[in-house]
Design a protein around this ligand. Structure first.
Ligand code: NAD
Ligand code: DAU
Length: 351
């Protein structure tokens, strides 16, 4: 049985990864998460009682604590998802992004390298550090073209600059120390358990509550959407079969303007909640995000060709599942919206 150390396992994508490992494999998972505003243990309620799941409330910037976790749990692999992830927050307060995304990644790399150096035999040969990153490191596309693994890094926001820095650290640890790494750069995820500061869950919940749907600028910026469970499956595949030192772009060939996304959500809600129709009448154009990247689009040929990955959901099937999930998981939504889950964490862990 393998032990996978997942950082950020209480977040949106991390929790999907943890749920898949517990439900679909015989691996043990150690979830290392500081539980910032974005970390929510309620997202792991369905797997938390598994004997193969362990939780460590640890800040990845705390070197001694991170080293203790490696010593105590002796992982076979690390999947590093912990990060500050919201672009708008990085614009108003970049410091936390520099701290967690850059300093935290460096602390984690050093703890993992020290631990790896202490291993021998198959355990050492099989160890790998999987860094989970974003397509935003590549900057912004014009009307045509795609991000490939060869695209030059041109990060434009404090968030993407901090993620680009972390990618470079990971690359350097491989080049300099021979540390066994693999990096993935994924497009925009959506799906259940997504914190409602991000476009899709914010629009679903605002529309349900009759609140304005704030569209930045003209709503013509383009994002490339991938259902979160498809991303989690891709991550597990890359961890298992990816070539050390390589990067893999992950995306579902699903480019949409923000207006198309919002209109699609409104159309599903008109059908499922006709009493609020037409939800599109709530669309409100607001001031644009500073430095707003125009278009992202991932060329996913490499992971498809080399590892045989394909997404299972189309945007239409995934979006409908997502809207239905938010409509039928009011407890989670209320907990997140009211901050109740932070109290719950305090009761559970006394911190
Ligand atoms: P999220 O904000 O939902 O979750 C981040 C998690 O990291 C939270 O549980 C939080 O508590 C934890 N965390 C934050 N700072 C920490 C620290 N110092 N120590 C320990 N834990 C800490 O983020 P997400 O959307 O799930 O993204 C996960 C990863 O995937 C990030 O690295 C992000 O850059 C990357 N990514 C996200 C997307 C996307 O569309 N959401 C796309 C591509 C890549
Ligand atoms: O591309 C991958 C990235 O996708 C990840 O690395 C980030 O962690 C993740 O947050 C996401 O970043 P975006 O900035 O693309 O996602 P967000 O949901 O914040 O915004 C999506 C688009 O919608 C973007 O063009 C801005 C726009 N938007 C967003 C919000 C929150 C609006 O028009 N209105 C809004 O209220």
């Amino acid at each position: 049985m393998k032990t996978i150390l997942v950082t950020g396992g209480a977040g949106f994508i991390g929790s999907a990864v943890v749920r898949q490992f517990i439900n679909d494999t015989d691996s043990r998972v150690v979830n290392v998460d500081k539980l910032t505003y974005a970390g929510n243990l309620q997202s792991l309620a369905s797997v938390a009682s598994s004997p193969r799941y362990a939780f460590e409330q640890v800040d990845i910037c705390e070197a001694a604590e991170v080293a203790r976790v490696f010593r105590e749990h002796q992982p076979d692999a690390v999947m590093h998802l912990a990060a500050e992830s919201h672009v708008d927050r990085s614009i108003t307060g970049p410091a936390a992004f520099i701290q967690t995304n850059i300093v935290g990644t460096c602390v984690l790399l050093e703890a993992a390298r020290t631990y790896w150096n202490s291993l021998d035999g198959d355990k050492k040969a099989g160890f790998r550090f999987h860094h989970i990153s974003t397509d935003e490191v590549y900057g912004s596309l014009g009307d045509s073209g795609f991000f490939t693994e060869q695209t030059r890094y041109e990060p434009n926001s404090p968030y993407s600059a901090s993620k680009a820095s972390s990618d470079h650290l990971v690359r350097a640890w491989h080049h300099t120390y021979g540390f066994p790494v693999v990096t993935t750069n994924c497009s925009n995820n959506y799906g259940p358990y997504h914190f409602p500061e991000k476009l899709i869950p914010l629009m679903i919940l605002n529309a349900c509550n009759g609140k304005p749907l704030p569209i930045y600028g003209k709503g013509d910026n383009i994002r490339d959407w991938l259902y979160v469970d498809d991303h989690a499956r891709a991550l597990r595949l890359v961890l298992e079969k990816g070539k050390l030192g390589e990067t893999y772009n992950i995306g579902g060939w699903n480019e949409k303007t923000n207006l198309e996304v919002v209109d699609a959500i409104c159309a599903i809600l008109d059908e499922l909640r006709p009493q609020g129709a037409p939800h599109a009448s709530l669309k409100t154009y607001v001031q644009d995000r500073p430095g707003h990247d125009k278009r992202y689009a991932i060329d996913a040929s490499k992971i498809e060709r080399d590892l045989g990955w394909k997404p299972q959901e189309t945007f239409e099937t995934g979006l409908r599942k997502t809207v239905e999930w938010y409509l039928s998981n009011d407890d989670w939504v209320q907990g997140v919206s009211s901050g109740e889950y932070q109290n719950w964490i305090q009761n559970q862990y006394g911190s």
